[in-house]
Design a protein around this ligand. Structure first.
Ligand SMILES: [Zn+2]
Ligand SMILES: [Zn+2]
Length: 277
């Protein structure tokens, strides 16, 4: 299985050494791990200026040397994106070479992070419509291999909104999918939602089915782990969910080049059986 969203001590909100997460990955049956530390350019972000690229790449080399026989380690990154910081993001990506790049939207148009407070003076519709609009811009830059946590606002929405109906945002999602399919940009199934408030992955099966109907087939999988204990968490369940949604492949990357891998090759059918979607 591929865990393509894992943080390490190179993220401001994480203290896990890469080696500990590599050990946990092997234990959990993960065969490829991508260390996607945060790169933040938003002025208000606690992690702005925290990332140290040279030390990051040295650390990736070290775990490759130690675990390379059992685990493929990708040099990767989770880059925060919105229009206001686009110039800095573009410059950063030009200056660094990764295997895999996630583009994630974490902030609103006013520079406020999408946490529970963000909902105090906005309706759920306003939040989602604007969020999907920014995701669309991220896709259209062509800078990202995959889009992180496509419907993140549901994680922080007030309790009564956590089970939202994604089909209510058809008009906003349609151009997002069209841009993804046209440009060959994937989105991830972020399993952290399964273990946090929404109790469903980000995004969940309704969006996946709709994307498949639209002709999409590029999906990556990641746990968004900030601690070794959660590396690989929810991946088997997610692969079962994808299969039920008519997806039979997931995307893998190396040197920013994508290959499609059959889910049947990743999880023996017996293991996927009996896992509720
Ligand atoms: Zn994120
Ligand atoms: Zn993350």
């Amino acid at each position: 299985m591929f865990d393509y969203h894992v943080h390490s001590e190179f993220s401001a909100d994480c203290t896990a050494p890469m080696a500990a997460s590599c050990r946990a990955a092997i234990e959990a049956g993960v065969t490829e791990i991508a260390f996607t530390d945060h790169v933040d350019h938003e002025p208000a972000d606690m992690g702005r200026g925290y990332y140290r690229a040279e030390a990051y790449f040295r650390s990736v080399d070290a775990v490759r040397a130690e675990f390379g026989d059992h685990l493929t380690v990708l040099a990767a990154v989770e880059v925060d994106f919105n229009e206001r910081i686009a110039t800095e993001v573009g410059r950063f990506l030009e200056a660094h070479r990764y295997d895999f790049v996630i583009g994630s939207v974490h902030y609103g148009e006013d520079g406020r992070i999408i946490f529970p407070d963000y909902f105090s003076d906005r309706t759920l519709d306003e939040v989602f419509a604007a969020y999907f609009g920014r995701v669309r811009h991220a896709v259209e830059t062509g800078w990202f291999d995959s889009i992180g946590h496509l419907d993140l606002p549901k994680r922080y929405a007030p309790r009564e909104h956590r089970i939202y109906d994604p089909l209510a945002y058809r008009e906003e999602l349609r151009p997002v999918f069209a841009a993804m399919i046209e440009r060959g940009v994937a989105f991830e199934i972020n399993t952290s939602g399964l273990r946090q408030a929404p109790k469903t992955s980000m995004p969940g099966p309704a969006i996946v089915r709709w994307y498949v109907d639209a002709g999409g087939r590029l999906i990556t999988t990641g746990s968004d782990s900030h601690a070794p204990q959660t590396v690989g968490a929810g991946l088997a369940k997610t692969l079962a969910m994808l299969t039920l949604c008519g997806v039979d492949e997931v995307s893998a990357f190396k040197d920013r080049r994508r290959r499609q891998v059959r889910i049947a090759e990743l999880v023996p059918p017996t293991e996927a059986e009996g896992v509720p979607a």
